[in-house]
Design a protein around this ligand. Structure first.
Ligand SMILES: [Zn+2]
Length: 719
């Protein structure tokens, strides 16, 4: 992650050997917990903490502040520098006490002018204190070496700067540092270049786009500070969130909030282990093609994993494949396959659908048939602990022995369950008890067990597979809408009874896709639309986009119109990317306003609706810029849009290809000819002819868009 401006430095800067300067990672235990860092006011790029860090490093050579103030020609720039200078809050970084005290005193002064004067007055005292920064190899700490060096962030959170500093001592570099910290864009920094060069006496050239090393470095610092802060907050039992009101100018980007079905409320997301997320999602019972309801669950949890990873979490995502089930056995008897053959075939079809929808494979996709050992072992534990009982080769879970049963679904055992009668001679002790192991029936697949040959009940498989891959307690357990009861309720009972540990911190459930008539799409109701059917008509990315166009906890009404609309919107987004270079998953400007809106929406319980609204607004700006020269601003924003799209798993294809459809040069030539003919007709004021040509193009499935730079075209549909 290092950055270097080596090419821009004078040769004498490199005559001396390059000592390694380490800014120690301080006493706080390294924590990799990623969090949203506090966002400064819209125009200020780096947090007060990063400022404190770099400020402390710069304190030995404070003269630069003056240079920076003078070189700020615009009021806006001056204001930024002022803001960056004022909010020193050094406590969190563990600065030496004296230095921290001084920085604190500075920040307490009422205005920037006084702070500046005080800083100047302190300058003499500050320099010797540099030694306290534990950079023994360096005579003057930090910032100057920062400027020309390789800066890297180690795994343990240590920031390492490598380079020579003495040769670069100059006021101008400090000025530059301050400008960087104050959130100036590279363009703005380039704007102060003449003054900078004069002040520094160094003929470095700072051109837009070449200063990214600084930004990357400060971004890293910011992240590190956020992590240290989170770790500290966690230690002291706080929520880990940065407190609101710490800085009135600070606009907080909310931390990740997730609706937990268990509490029926949105909660600040906290992981069990810093930086790690263990996520289990109930997979498909593979006896038929998947329908749109399945697609929604697949796409949604794919997004959950993507966002968590985008935020820096190390995610382990497990989704099981239910390949042992009554329905599979029954269907296989109809198709003449073995249950296993049918299950494998349908599993492949499911994987094909998931791929078409742009879903990445989970890290583990265990099959029930390959987890029998884990299952029988857990059932044995439950029997041993008296939570389960066996009879006639079956094993049941004794629900009433698990006292907190019903807390997820909020159902009471004394209410609606009472009506269910037990048949005489049934092994079941109580109607609510559910099966963990079923004795083998003729012609059915079976496995050996301590209770004789048989197969697992449905619920136990998830408890056993979750434990195998993720341990006793999961961060997130997800699934479709109808799994809360009984499936997930039963999973909790099994796992907690067996493991004596809480099972799941956050329960997430995606809502159904309803078909016309407002019925839930389900295979048993026979009213489902398969993913395969929809894919015949629409591109997978369109279907994905359509599924993201509703908040995940709200039921969606299936409609062709909505799919059409999704297609139109997606094509417009792609259209705005025409002329952009390469795909992009890294945000070129994390502080971009739309990016913030986007992330704030996603952090608000995966509000894809508002996240897409931010995408759309950014694409409008792009469409405007397309009328110009596709310059640097266009390219940056286009990269931004694609980086945001990557979090949703969209917008990563070549926009030109998407907009022109599958390559067909004859078709393209014909379209181009017609567009030319239309232009000629319009020139000749033959509008009837121009309109007729337009209609012809529409008939060919082509949408034309007239702009300042002429007419462009794209296909009207993606499939
Ligand atoms: Zn499950």
């Amino acid at each position: 992650m290092g950055s270097s401006l080596a090419g821009e430095m004078p040769p004498e800067a490199f005559l001396r050997p390059s000592p390694v300067h380490r800014i120690a990672s301080h006493s706080a235990a390294p924590s990799r917990t990623p969090r949203f860092s506090a966002r400064q006011s819209a125009s200020s790029k780096f947090s007060a903490d990063a400022m404190a860090v770099a400020g402390a490093m710069a304190l030995g050579v404070t003269g630069g502040f003056q240079a920076s103030r003078r070189s700020c020609r615009t009021r806006e720039l001056r204001a930024r520098v002022a803001r960056a200078m004022s909010p020193m809050s050094p406590g969190d970084y563990g600065l030496p006490p004296k230095l921290a005290g001084m920085a604190g005193a500075l920040s307490a002064l009422p205005n920037d002018r006084m702070r500046y004067q005080q800083l100047m007055a302190l300058a003499g005292k500050l320099k010797p204190m540099a030694d306290d920064l534990k950079v023994p190899e360096n005579k003057v700490p930090g910032c100057l070496s920062v400027v020309h060096v390789h800066a890297s962030l180690e795994e343990d959170g240590t920031v390492t700067f490598q380079g020579d500093s003495d040769a670069l001592i100059s006021k101008g570099l400090v000025a530059l540092l301050v400008l960087c910290l104050s959130g100036c864009t590279p363009e703005e920094i380039a704007g102060v270049q003449p003054e900078f060069i004069k002040a520094s006496g160094i003929s470095a050239s700072l051109t837009p786009g070449r200063n990214n090393g600084f930004f990357n470095m400060f971004k890293l610092m910011n992240k590190k500070v956020a992590r240290l802060k989170a770790a500290k907050a966690a230690e002291s039992g706080e929520s880990g969130a940065m407190k609101a009101g710490e800085d009135t100018e600070t606009e907080e980007t909310p931390e990740l909030q997730i609706y937990n079905t268990l509490s029926r409320s949105k909660e600040a997301f906290q992981t069990l282990e810093p930086g790690k997320v263990k996520m289990y999602v109930c997979g498909v019972t593979v006896y038929d093609l998947c329908h749109l309801g399945h697609a929604r669950v697949m796409v949604f949890f794919d997004i959950v994993a993507r966002l968590l990873r985008h935020l820096g979490y190390d995610v382990t995502f497990v989704r099981n494949v239910t390949d042992i089930d009554d329905k599979i056995i029954k269907r296989s008897q109809e198709t003449g396959e073995t249950a296993e053959e049918l299950a494998r075939r349908m599993e492949e079809e499911m994987a094909r659908d998931a791929k078409s929808l742009g879903c990445a494979s989970p890290d583990f996709e265990p099959r029930v048939s390959e987890s029998i050992e884990e299952i029988t072992s857990m059932v044995e534990t439950l029997v041993k602990k008296d939570f389960a009982y066996a009879g006639k080769g079956d094993v049941y879970f004794r629900v009433r022995r698990f006292e907190t049963y019903g807390r997820l679904s909020r159902c009471s055992l004394d209410g609606n369950e009472a009506g269910a009668r037990i048949e005489v001679a049934d092994v079941k002790e109580a109607p609510e008890d559910f099966v963990l192991w079923k004795s083998a029936k003729p012609l059915e697949p079976s496995w050996e067990s301590p209770w004789g040959p048989g197969r697992p009940g449905w619920h136990i498989e998830c408890s056993a597979m979750a434990k195998r891959y993720l341990g006793d307690t999961l961060d997130i357990h997800g699934g479709g809408p109808d799994l809360v009861f009984p499936h997930h309720e039963n999973e909790i009972a099994q796992s907690e009874a067996a493991n004596d540990q809480p099972y799941v911190k956050t329960w997430m459930h995606c809502a159904a896709v309803r078909s016309t008539g407002n019925e839930k799409m389900s295979k048993s109701l026979g009213n489902f639309v398969t993913i395969r059917d929809v894919l015949k008509q629409y591109d997978g990315e369109v279907v994905r986009f359509y599924l993201l166009s509703s908040q995940y906890r709200r039921p969606m009404m299936y409609s062709e119109e909505a799919l059409e609309e999704a297609q139109e919107r997606l094509l417009k987004l792609y259209s705005s990317l025409r002329g952009a270079a390469g795909a992009q998953t890294e945000s070129p400007d994390p502080e971009c306003e739309q990016q913030h809106r986007f992330l704030a929406a996603m952090a608000n319980d995966f509000d894809t609706v508002n996240a897409i609204a931010a995408l759309t607004d950014l694409s409008r700006e792009l469409l405007q810029l397309q009328q110009g020269d596709h310059g640097a601003e266009f390219q940056t924003k286009a990269r931004q849009l694609r980086a945001m799209g990557a979090v949703l798993g969209i917008l990563q294809r070549d926009p030109e290809e998407v907009c022109k459809g599958p390559v067909d040069s004859d078709f393209e030539a014909k379209v181009e000819d017609l567009i030319q003919a239309r232009a000629d007709a319009r020139k000749a004021k033959d509008f009837a002819k121009a309109d007729a040509i337009r209609d012809e193009l529409t008939g060919m499935g082509v949408v034309i868009e007239d702009g300042a730079k002429g007419t462009s075209w794209r296909v009207a549909s993606l499939a």
